[in-house]
Design a binder for this molecule. Structure first.
Ligand code: 6PG
Length: 252
């Protein structure tokens, strides 16, 4: 990618620092609901990619109590752990438990990655699910302490042109996973990345200083925002959103 394009990408990345994880979850909920209204108004559907891990749970719980045109939403997953379909540690089970089982939708709106079939088969099957629907409207992502996102981990090589990767030897259990590729995660109108807690501060610092951590490979067509709390921002040159306790720079 040419230098100018890279600097353009950086310039379109918005970093919003909020006081605490609750404020991040509240803002993420607002951003997702607003993106849905816009997408449904223009296309009739809202194609949302859900994040895994624990950070989004507070967002999903807020959304479970929100009002939206849920029947127009389609739920995809950025990655999935190769565990039995009903395993509590599955990203799909977490999202259904915190949110999707509490709203009025049809099961067919939830596009679960069949990761219980093993990484290779699941990746092939999910490629056929997402290929016809790209681009997404919003991709929600978390960040790992090593700068990974979805199941794109540092040092892991993948075929560039793949839309969905089979992942082995994951440094974050379980070893075997399925992940949308950087290409697919970037094929979206909006990206919203969530990072809370001091454990993410080093990954955020590396990302902002231009190191090639996996999350840094993700771009968006229209809008890319990182929502983080003061703890995750504390090693970076970022200030609290004005009006959020107005204290400006925070320290770890
Ligand atoms: C997973 C996620 C993973 C997660 C980050 C952050 O399967 O765990 O896809 O990429 O988003 O590891 O996890 P936390 O939100 O739990 O810190």
């Amino acid at each position: 990618m040419e230098e100018s394009n890279l600097s353009n990408i950086e310039s379109t990345r918005r970093w919003t620092v909020l006081e605490n994880p609750e404020a991040v979850a509240e803002m993420a909920c607002k951003r997702i609901l607003a993106a849905a209204v816009s997408a449904i108004a223009s296309s009739g559907r809202f194609k949302l990619v859900l994040a895994g891990g624990s950070t989004p749970e507070a967002v999903y719980k807020r959304l479970s109590k929100s009002h939206a045109d849920w029947r127009c939403w389609d739920f995809y997953f950025g990655d999935e752990r190769c565990l039995p379909a009903d395993d509590a540690e599955r990203n799909s089970v977490k999202a259904v438990s915190a949110w999707l089982s509490h709203i009025d939708i049809k099961a067919s709106q939830i596009k679960v990655m069949p990761a219980e079939m093993g990484a290779e088969v699941a990746a092939q099957r999910y490629d056929a699910v997402i290929a016809p629907v790209l681009p997404f409207d919003l991709v929600l992502l978390g960040v790992g302490e090593d700068g990974h996102t979805a199941s794109l981990f540092p040092g892991h090589e993948h075929k560039q042109a793949e839309r969905v990767h089979a992942v082995y030897q994951s440094p974050k259990p379980p070893l075997e996973r399925v992940s949308l590729s950087s290409l697919s995660l970037s094929c979206t109108s909006q990206v919203l990345v969530l990072a809370t807690g001091e454990g993410k501060a080093e990954a955020i610092r590396l990302w902002r200083e231009g190191h090639n951590v996996p999350v840094s490979t993700i771009t968006a067509i229209d809008r890319f925002e990182v929502l983080l709390d003061a703890a995750a921002a504390c090693r970076s040159d970022l200030n609290l959103l004005p009006g959020e306790n107005g204290e400006g720079k925070q320290s770890c």
